[in-house]
Design a protein around this ligand. Sequence first.
Ligand code: GNR
Ligand code: NI
Length: 171
Amino acid sequence: MSIRPILILPDPKLRLVSDPVAKVTSDLSPLIDDMFETMYDAPGIGLAAIQVGVPQRIVTIDTARNDEPRKPIALINPEILWSSDELSSYEEGCLSIPEFYEEVERPARVRVRFTDRDGSACEMEAEGLLATCLQHEIDHLEGKLFIDHISRLKRERVVKKFTKAARRDGA
Ligand code: GNR
Ligand code: NI
C-alpha cells in the first residue's frame, strides 16, 4: 500500500471524464487500497481516482468522525438515481484545491447506484455530509470541481491563484 500524490488545480487531468470500470476484479484492489490510504493520510472524507491520476470511475468515501470507527465505502461506477428537490448548503473543500473553502448548495438527499469492490450491485440513500460528498465525488468523475458551482468571480480568482503557484513551483 502507498500514499499516491494528489493532482492539484489547474492540472488538466482533473477535467477528464473518467471511464467506466468494465469488470470489477481484484486487479482494482491495489488502486482502491492506495486511494483509502491517500484519503485518510490527507486527511479527506472522499477521493476520486482521477485525483491520483487514474481516469476510472472509482470513488472512496468515509464520512465517519474522528471519534467514530472508520466506515470506508468504495464505489465503482456510481450513478445518481434520484436527488431531492430540497437543497442544502455545505462549506466544501477539495484535496485538489487545498485550503480553499466555499459554500455550495446541492440536493439535500440522493439515491446512488454503484458496484462495490466485491462486484455486488448496491444502492444507497444518503443525506447530510454524505450526500454532499457523494455528489462532489461523482462530479470529479465528470471532470467537474466544486468551484464550478460557485460564482465566476470567486472561481476565476482561485484558478488564477493556483495557476500562479504552479508556475512558481515549476509544475
Ligand atoms: O475532504 C473533503 N472534504 C469535503 C468537505 C465538504 C464537501 C466535500 C468534501 S470532499 C473532500 C475531499 C475531496 O476532495 N474529494 O474529492
Ligand atoms: Ni474533491
